[in-house]
Design a protein around this ligand. Structure first.
Ligand SMILES: Nc1ncnc2c1ncn2[C@@H]1O[C@H](COP(=O)(O)OP(=O)(O)OP(=O)(O)O)[C@@H](O)[C@H]1O
Length: 283
């Protein structure tokens, strides 16, 4: 296992990573990400914030082995990743990825069945994951019968059941209301503490990143490069009541100070070009 300069063990890393989407349908190539470097310490909770369209999902794709970098290397437990999610890595997406035709129990068992795990072990792990996520009473329900928050719990249970050592979550609570989000954040912290997994969370919400993380990487406007890595210094047994701590607001303010100019720059990138007719009228 590689060691970082301060002696902690590096669980996953990005080394000189860029990702460029090739030209398509008359559109030029899109330089989405990097170059960037990142070392994730085993067992840390790391969040990534950045302006809209700066390459956050692209970073998850590369770190999770869903897509290879255009340049550089992504590493997990010392092995170079390609375009297959390796054993030991679990990814949770914002959109509800549950299968509507399967019950909650069958949804959670799906990955283990595909892996060929024996029936007794599947039962043990699925029952544990459902209990952990507070879903035991919904094992026979179908996703359409559940609220958005419950469906997202099913998706997390599906990942948890595979016993990942690195969990990547791409805006998992984006579609949820604020109160459900706070409660899901507490559950995510409990999951992190009890499994000892390394967690990477992509979020637009600065308070959420602040509350949940040991460190927060702030990305620039596209192509996303880390402009700051902020250490929060919170204790491991934190929960959503941390927001009452006077130091909490200072960390969020610091994140926003880094992010504000980048968000303005990203807005500029997205603004449509001023047509020549309007330009000459304004001049
Ligand atoms: N398959 C693709 N082909 C071409 N361009 C792409 C592709 N996927 C993403 N992009 C572009 O790459 C850039 C980064 O996209 P990405 O989805 O990683 O950003 P993001 O930060 O996750 O966005 P958001 O804030 O909207 O969630 C965007 O400009 C996007 O339009």
């Amino acid at each position: 296992m590689a060691m970082s300069s301060d002696g902690a063990s590096v669980h996953a890393a990005l080394v000189g990573v860029t990702r460029v989407y090739p030209a398509r349908a008359g559109q030029p190539p899109v330089h989405a990400l990097g170059p960037l470097d990142l070392e994730l310490q085993r067992g840390e909770f790391f969040s990534v914030v950045g302006p809209s369209g700066c390459g956050k999902s692209t970073l998850v794709d590369v770190l999770g082995g869903l897509a290879p970098p255009s340049q550089g290397e992504a590493l997990f437990e010392g092995k170079v990743l390609g375009s297959t999610v390796p054993d030991g890595v679990g990814v949770v997406f914002q959109e509800d990825a549950s299968f509507p035709w399967l019950t909650v129990w069958e949804n959670v068992a799906f990955g283990l069945r595909r892996r060929g795990t024996d029936a007794a072990e599947i039962r043990r792990r699925v029952d544990y994951a459902l209990g952990f996520m507070g879903l035991q009473g919904f094992a026979k329900a179908y996703p359409a019968q559940l609220s958005g928050g419950m469906r997202q719990r099913v998706c997390i249970a599906r990942t948890l059941v595979m016993q990942p050592r690195l969990i990547l979550l791409d805006e998992p609570f984006g579609a949820l209301d604020q109160q459900t989000r706070l409660l899901m954040g507490d559950e995510l912290l409990r999951l992190w503490r009890e499994t000892g997994a390394t967690v990477v969370l992509i979020t637009h919400a600065l308070d959420e990143a602040n509350l949940l993380s040991d460190r927060i990487g702030v990305l620039s406007a596209r192509p996303g490069c880390f402009i700051a890595i902020v250490e929060t210094g919170w204790s491991r047994d934190r929960d959503s009541t941390l927001a009452e701590d006077p130091r909490f607001g200072a960390v969020t303010a610091r994140l926003w100070a880094y992010l504000r100019p980048e968000s303005l720059r990203a807005l500029g990138q997205q603004a449509p070009a001023v047509p020549d007719t309007l330009r000459s009228a304004a001049e």
